[in-house]
Design a protein around this ligand. Structure first.
Ligand code: SF4
Ligand code: SF4
Length: 375
């Protein structure tokens, strides 16, 4: 059996999605090999912020509905959950269509709150990670990520989706703790994924996002659903198919540091409607990489990493960007933003939470010069 199943899926028609999700579970032994009667099952969606479904920021509700119905058919109790960055949970879940799914099926849709310590293995990079009590107390977790680009981490797929298990503002503290070092942040993501241990991942790549994701990019029709018990392998293959240089993908580097077997990228791990040679043409990845010429030094990393810039004509003056900035590097005043780039850790949370795409990335002069010389 291969590790990752790719299913060609061009639309969100519910009966087509139901069949695709059933096929996904059946390939790996059937839903009953994952879920037992009486299990409390957390469906970890991507609800980074409250956006209309057509923005393609959040997991499509048709996929959540299909999975929830299957879990219910096992006599188990599914609930839909996530922790958005700053938005009110109820209104975000309503916009994303999750509340409607919950009401229709008579299940709960709730915010991940109440931080408790996640028991982690000895070889973890971090030993004091707090996740929501719901994560610890669930019998099973089914991971339902969206396929998107990501300003800070290049891509957000199966592994990154579980960062949302950390409740509310604690996420911003982690950004601040880890600072500019994206390899360390990737190590944290691996720790969360490997210790939360979702039993199954179904990725919504029917229409995902490219360019400046995870919230301000443009929809891209990948036309796939991916299913796996090993989201690390899935993420690496997708990164390759999307044209990423794996050596610049921090998650891959963090896995390599730990000698994870998934780094070998065995073509036999891929099966289904596309094979390991597949390329998604025309995908634009965010231009936010850190150019690593020397070992990580915060001063140099800042100079070599794209910085957030304000687009005043788009700004509505909501102030969410300032609220999200754990580094205190940003002040909002009357539709003007004042960045202190010497404090900025390039986490791009301000960009991620801006509802109207009024924050973009800009390469520093030094990066432009190096690009010019190396081209
Ligand atoms: S200004 Fe934006 S990118 Fe910089 S630290 Fe604050 S939230 Fe992160
Ligand atoms: S830049 Fe975006 S998040 Fe910040 S105040 Fe303007 S609209 Fe709000």
């Amino acid at each position: 059996m291969s590790r990752v199943l790719f299913i060609s899926q061009k639309d969100y028609e519910q009966h087509n999605i139901d069949s695709a999700v059933l096929r996904a579970f059946d390939y790996f032994g059937g839903i009953d090999s994952f879920i037992k009667p009486g299990d409390k099952v957390l469906l970890k969606v991507n609800l980074v912020a409250g956006h209309e479904i057509t923005r393609r920021v959040t997991t499509d509700p048709s996929i959540v509905r299909a999975v929830a119905k299957l879990v219910l058919s096992q006599g188990a109790t599914p609930f839909i959950a996530d922790s958005p960055g700053i938005d009110n949970f109820k209104s975000a879940a309503k916009k994303a269509g999750f509340l409607d799914v919950a009401n229709e099926l008579g299940i709960e849709c709730r915010e991940l709150t109440e931080p408790v310590t996640l028991p982690v293995s000895q070889d973890s990079d971090f030993h004091k990670i707090q996740v929501s009590k719901d994560v610890i107390e669930s019998d099973k977790i089914i991971n339902l990520p969206k396929l998107k680009t990501h300003g800070q981490m290049l891509l957000t797929m199966g592994v990154k989706n579980l960062f949302g298990c950390i409740p509310g503002r604690l996420k911003a503290s982690w950004h601040y703790n880890v600072g500019l070092n994206r390899d360390r942040f990737a190590g944290l993501l691996l720790d969360i994924y490997l210790n939360v241990k979702p039993c199954f991942t179904i990725l919504d790549g029917v229409i995902g996002m490219h360019k400046d994701g995870p919230t301000s990019g443009e929809p891209y029709e990948f036309g796939i659903i991916a299913a796996t018990q090993d989201a690390i392998t899935m993420d690496f293959w997708l990164a390759k198919m999307l044209g990423a240089d794996l050596n610049e993908y921090n998650l891959y580097n963090a896995a390599k540091r730990r000698n994870l077997i998934q780094c070998n990228l065995n073509p036999e791990d891929v099966c289904g409607d596309i094979d390991s040679t597949h390329v998604f043409s025309g995908v634009k990845l965010p231009r936010t990489r850190t150019m690593r010429l020397l070992p990580s030094i915060p001063f140099l990393d800042r100079l070599m990493t794209s910085k957030p810039v304000h687009i005043p004509e788009k700004c509505i003056g909501c102030g969410r960007c300032q609220d999200m900035c754990a580094a205190g590097a940003l002040r909002h005043e009357n539709k003007h933003l004042y960045f202190d780039y010497s404090k900025c850790i390039r986490c791009y949370c301000c960009h991620e939470m801006c509802p109207v795409k009024a924050i973009e990335f800009r390469e520093s002069r030094l990066v432009k010069l190096v690009n010019l010389l190396t081209r």
